[in-house]
Design a protein around this ligand. Structure first.
Ligand SMILES: NC(=O)c1ccc[n+]([C@@H]2O[C@H](COP(=O)([O-])OP(=O)(O)OC[C@H]3O[C@@H](n4cnc5c(N)ncnc54)[C@H](O)[C@@H]3O)[C@@H](O)[C@H]2O)c1
Length: 441
């Protein structure tokens, strides 16, 4: 099938590449000419494990192409996927200006039997509005389908090629048949292809992300309570997780969720609920708890140094909003860096892949280190923000030798607190039982 992706970011590039890998002819379009030039040279503008190999292989085979000219490729395409960004407006609602501009750019070039598939995460009603706009722009009915994407950055290819489910919202059954044909290679292990109306598909994406965000904020709030009452969230987590009604997924305490999806999607659904006169009490709390949780590491550091961080150096391990990605959008590390700089502290930071993106924001305000150990030179404390695998088994002797004091604030509970204390560290995680050294700076 001939396909066009409008928007070649995380979602568009992964989707286009995986569809090319399953034998389709795909052209990825982007208004960012620099990005298209790089892709045409075999350079991948984002970090996503396994993606380079797939892009290069499919580009060589001629099944995957890149262009900035939608008009040249849209007329021949059966499905045109919109995978452009849907950022957050100041009031929390989704900003659809990029989506509408992309829709206008393809409308004059659509063939009679093409299907416009909206993969971007969009508020309920957007697909119907897209169909209305396309009717106005083309003078005829154009098929529009909602096909929300559930992939996770860092695991995107695996998620796309082995989806738990594919969700498709349509107004006509024939459109679902076209999309089923496209997804068939990825559904061989009996994963469901769920067909519903446009509104249900749109809501499914938001409800999924909001429930996952709710689990994170819930366990973070419980962790904060545990810390105050002498309980250990790790034990509590196991105590609840073995209950089959609860399970373990997405119940790891930490420093709050970030990334390009959860924060904005929670706020966009808050906005949809409010516009429909529903008070989104749970969602509002999820967002509030998350905003507060991003402050926790700084508060702990500040308390440890009795509010006197000026001139002290703090080492940070992990800048990306989660491991296996270079995405730093709404990353908890950025909040920590801002607070430390405001308090007059110096920051030495390492991340396996996100340093370039952080440098674009902070320039020479912080020191970037090529290895985790380099961050420790002259530092009085280490803060762990992202749970990269390479941080899980460090050489604690080196850490103790390099740090000016053996102080670790771990935002991801990577280590065994007992073991850390036996090794002489002042070790503080999230929701772990307080220990007698906690107040000593
Ligand atoms: N990133 C994720 O993990 C993820 C997962 C599921 C869903 N989503 C949703 O998918 C959508 C895209 O997210 P993303 O992370 O891929 O965004 P992104 O910002 O990485 O990529 C969007 C791309 O669209 C391009 N673009 C903008 N206007 C264009 C136009 N008129 N024509 C062609 N290209 C244009 C931009 O230059 C950019 O390269 C969002 O709605 C997001 O919420 C993202």
């Amino acid at each position: 099938m001939k396909l066009v992706m409008i928007g070649t970011g995380y979602v568009g590039l992964v989707t286009g590449t995986c569809f090319a890998e399953s034998g389709n002819e795909v052209t990825c379009v982007d208004v960012d000419v620099e990005k298209i030039n790089r892709l045409n040279k075999g350079e991948i503008p984002i970090y996503e494990p396994g993606l380079v190999e797939l892009v290069v292989r499919n580009a060589h085979s001629g099944r995957l192409k890149f262009t900035s000219q939608a008009s040249a490729v849209v007329p021949d395409a059966k499905c045109i996927f919109l995978a452009v960004g849907t950022p957050q407006r100041d009031d929390g609602s989704a900003d659809l200006r990029i989506l509408w501009s992309a829709l206008e750019s393809i409308a004059p070039h659509l063939s009679k039997d093409s299907v416009v598939v909206i993969k971007s995460t969009v508020p309920v009603g957007t697909n119907s509005e897209a169909a209305r706009r396309l009717r106005d722009l083309t003078g005829r009915d154009v098929d529009v389908a909602s096909n929300p994407e559930f992939l996770k950055e860092g695991c995107a290819i695996e998620d796309f090629t082995k989806p738990d489910r594919v969700v498709v919202g349509v107004s006509r059954a024939e459109v679902a048949t076209v999309l089923h044909e496209l997804y068939r290679p990825f559904l061989r292990t009996e994963h469901p292809f769920l067909v519903m109306n446009l509104e249900s598909a749109e809501m499914t994406k938001y409800v999924a992300n909001c429930l996952l965000a709710t689990k994170i904020s819930f366990i973070n709030e419980m962790a904060n309570v545990c810390e105050k009452v002498g309980a250990d969230i790790n034990h509590v987590r196991k105590g609840i997780g073995h209950d089959q009604r609860i399970g373990f997924a997405f119940l790891f305490p930490g420093v709050g969720y970030g990334g390009s999806c959860f924060p904005k999607d929670v706020r966009a659904l808050i906005s949809v609920a409010q516009r429909n006169n529903i008070a989104p009490r749970i969602l509002q709390s999820v967002d509030d708890v998350n905003v507060a949780q991003k402050e926790v590491l700084f508060q702990k550091l500040n308390a440890h140094f009795h509010g006197n961080l000026a001139g002290r150096t703090v080492a940070i391990w992990g800048l990306a909003f989660k491991p296996r990605t270079d995405d730093i959008r709404e990353a908890p590390a950025l909040v920590l860096i801002d607070r430390l700089l405001d308090a007059g502290a110096k920051v030495r930071a390492h991340d396996p892949v996100a340093i370039d993106n952080v440098r674009k924001l902070y320039g020479d305000k912080i020191t970037y280190c090529a290895t985790p150990y380099e961050t420790l030179d002259g530092a009085e404390a280490l803060a762990i923000v992202t749970e990269w695998n390479e941080f899980r088994n460090p050489d604690f002797d080196i850490i103790r030798q390099k740090l000016r004091a053996p102080v670790i604030f771990d935002g991801r509970n990577l280590f065994d607190p007992e073991k850390m204390r036996r090794m002489g560290f002042h070790y503080s995680g999230i929701g772990l039982e307080a220990h007698p050294l906690a107040d000593q700076a």
